[in-house]
Each structure stands twice: as C-alpha cells, then as structure tokens.
Ligand binder design. Structure first.
Ligand code: AMP
Length: 423
C-alpha cells in the first residue's frame, strides 16, 4: 500500500521546531497582554455565510480559497480563512462590548486557504493577531500597529517595514471605485482575466494585480479623492504612531484583499521574503463589519500576522532559538534489579521540577550514557547494585565528564547543582 503523506499545503511541527514556535507565540501573548489584550479562541470552522458576508463574496479568499463542506444537516461550513469575522461574531454575540469598550482581544491559531502551495503560502498556516472592538479612534489604530511593532522588537526581528494607507469612508471609496473604473475601462481588452472580473465586481482589487502592474502604476490615487475628515483621521493615526516611535511609510497602493476594511490599512513587509509573499501580515480598521454580519454596529481595528513567514525570516536572521534539550537529566539503572529504585529517584527529581527521562532498558550503561547525551541531558544519575545496597547514587555531569557519589537524600541537590551549571 502507498504511504499516506501529509495533505498538500500542510506541514507538521516536529519536536525540534517546538522551541521556536513557543518563542514566537509566547512573545505575542506577552506583548499583546502588556497592552491589556485578553486571549480569545473561536472555532476553526464557521458558517460559510459568515465569511461570504464578512470577508466579501467577491474576494479571492471567498471565491477561490475556502475549504467549504456541508455538515450532516446540510449546512454550509468553511474552515476559517482568517479570524476577524469570527472574533467580531464572538465578541458582539457575547455582548462583551456592553461590559467594556473597546474590547481588546488577541488570538493565535490555524487558518486555511486553498491557494497554490509555495514557499510562504500553505493551505494550513498559523496567524497571531489582535482585535480592538467597539470604539473608533485613530489612537486605537496606532495602538494595534504598535503592538505588532513591539512584537517584532521583542523577537529582535530587524528589517520590518511598516506600510500604512487609508481607504477613507464608504463615500470616499465609492468615488474612488468610479475613478478606477473610468481609468481601467479603456484598457479592458488587455487586462488579465482576473482583472476583467475585478473591473466589474471589485475595482479596488485591480490594484493588487501583479500582471497588470504598469497600469497599477498610473492608476488614480485614493488620497486625491478623500474628503477632509478622512484625511484628518489618517493624519492623526500618523502622528500617534510618530509619538509612539513607530516608523511608518505612507504607501497609497496598499488596499488589502478583504472587503471589510475602511480608513486605516497597513502591512508589515520584510525584504528577505521575496515577491508577492513579502508581507508578514497586516490589518486595518473595519467599522462596517459588524453590520454586514447583522450585528449591532461596532467599529473595530486589528491585525493578523503569519507565524510561518515570521519564522522563515527569523531563521534567515539566525534569531530563532534552536531545539530545547529533551530533558535535564537521565536516570539509568545499571541492571534490571535496580529499575524500581531508579524509577523512584526519577519521580523524586520530577517533583522537584527536574525534567527526567528514565532509562531502565536492557542496554549497557555506556549505551545509556550515549543516549543521554543525544537527548541533551546535562546530568546522568546512575543506579547500580552497589548504590542500592549503600543507599547512595552516582551523579555524573555529562558535559564536564565529572562524577560524584552522594547519599540518596542529597540526590535532588546534587542534580540541581549540575543542571544549574548549564546556564
Ligand atoms: P491576510 O489575512 O491575507 O492579510 O494575511 C495576513 C498574513 O497571514 C500574511 O501576510 C501572511 O503572513 C499570512 N498568510 C496569509 N495567507 C497565507 C498562506 N496561504 N500561507 C502562509 N501564510 C499566509
């Protein structure tokens, strides 16, 4: 029979990679929580309708990239391609905005998009993000951007470039859509197939096209069509960022692929990720999203960052931590009769907080010590016939190749001393 491989576009996180994942995820939790954001978890699948209405039925994500299935009751469900719509549903559905406004939450977890798999683009990937729901203020846009910035700082991920733009309000965008249609219509015949469709249903997305990039370069610029209020809001975001010491580049070509954005939008770029996949993440303000979901109106702002891409950059920069040792100490019996005593010592050490692998196998002691080395253990505790008889035990420092015999009551102290030398 053929071997069953992992599904296309997915990857396993093996134990050796867990230290770098933990490093990234814990740093994000820590930074988000330092700004008063609390964790939230929503289901990895939702009703398809949530994304059709929330993300936008005409977006690439909903049209082409969702994993959709029907449950036994005939309801259409989709694996979540992003988290904002689900988080807004959860927060407003539980009326959290009646207890506090804004509601500040952060999340992490797998997302699913059926894009053509390539480096930095998978079917299952992980995002970390924050959402700040229930208040409209340029300071809150700046706050979420600052969280992401401090997170990159905490990882010491250098070379991140923040790009910010504004999409204005609904009226601004209607004017802009008209201007784009007027500009692109004479070129319809030469547009790529995607752009022909975008021209009819979602003209803003014309600016995302990589094939018709010469046309993109000459297209009207949103900023020129914004009303004074939208410009003032954006300028306030910029000055808030400046006060926070977060360097931002204004880039009027950033439109973002999801329909729910309005006013502030932003992306974090890294040059070591080439081409279309150079974005580590992004976000923006989504004041109209709640209403699209038939929920009471609630403004919001937030971001999502791709963990795999951040780890790719971290690896290139050499800042991701290497694998953790499997354990601190190995307790070995020399022969089978000492197995019980060895197991008791192992339990004692674990209770004291030492990470212990117990090796009471039939292998010879030198093999056991070599295996202990491979696990990255600093200390080996050797329990032989003589040790059991005298109530003593040998504690060996596997790095220094030094060993001492101690009475069993001193075991924990002796092992702790050896382990502490690691630091
Ligand atoms: P988006 O929700 O499209 O703005 O995506 C935010 C971030 O999630 C991107 O900048 C990527 O870092 C990451 N991301 C999005 N789609 C994928 C994917 N298919 N594979 C890996 N990472 C992705």
């Amino acid at each position: 029979m053929a071997e069953i491989a992992a599904p296309r576009g997915t990857h396993d996180i093996l134990p050796a990679e867990s230290a770098s994942w933990r490093w990234l995820l814990q740093a994000h939790d820590r930074i988000a929580e330092s700004f008063g954001y609390r964790p939230i978890e929503t289901p990895i699948f939702e009703s398809t309708e949530l994304f059709a209405r929330g993300v936008g039925a005409e977006t690439d994500i909903v049209e082409k990239q969702m994993f959709t299935f029907t449950d036994r009751g005939g309801r259409a469900l989709s694996l979540r391609p992003e988290s904002t719509a689900g988080v807004v549903r959860a927060v407003l559905g539980a009326h959290l905005d009646q207890e506090r406004r804004p509601v500040r939450v952060h999340y992490r977890g797998p997302m699913f998009r059926a894009e053509r798999p390539q480096a930095g683009r998978q079917h299952q990937f992980t995002q970390v993000g924050v959402e700040c729901i229930g208040e409209r203020s340029p300071d809150l846009d700046a706050e979420v951007i600052e969280i992401a910035w401090r997170f990159f700082d905490a990882l010491q991920l250098t070379g991140v470039r923040l790009q910010v733009n504004t999409l204005g309000d609904a009226e601004d965008r209607r004017r802009y859509r008209d201007a784009l249609v007027a500009y692109y219509s004479p070129f319809r015949a030469r547009l790529c197939d995607d752009c022909k469709r975008r021209l009819d249903i979602n003209p803003l997305r014309l600016l995302d096209c990589k094939k018709d990039s010469d046309l993109v370069a000459g297209a009207p610029v949103m900023w020129d069509l914004l009303d004074a209020g939208s410009k003032a809001f954006f300028n306030d975001v910029l000055s808030s960022l400046e006060k926070a010491g977060v360097p931002a580049t204004v880039n009027h070509r950033i439109v973002r692929g999801l329909d729910y954005y309005a006013d502030t939008v932003f992306e974090f770029w890294h040059d070591s990720l080439h081409g279309a996949q150079n974005s580590l993440g992004g976000g923006g303000r989504y004041d109209g999203l709640a209403e699209l979901l038939d929920l009471p109106p609630a403004p919001g702002t937030g971001y999502a960052l791709g963990a795999e891409r951040i780890l790719m950059v971290a690896q290139r920069l050499g800042i991701a931590p290497g694998p953790d040792p499997d354990c601190d100490a190995v307790v070995c019996s020399v022969e089978t009769p000492q197995a019980q005593v060895a197991a008791t010592f192992a339990r004692e050490l674990r209770t004291a907080g030492v990470r212990v692998v117990l090796d009471v196998s039939e292998r010879r002691l030198d093999r056991k010590l070599r295996a202990a080395d491979r696990l990255g253990a600093r200390a080996a505790v050797i329990v032989g016939e003589e040790e059991v008889r005298d109530g003593t035990v040998v504690v060996r420092d596997l790095f220094e190749h030094a060993q001492q015999r101690v009475g069993s009551p001193e075991l924990t102290d002796a092992v702790s001393r050896v382990i502490r030398m690691r630091a």
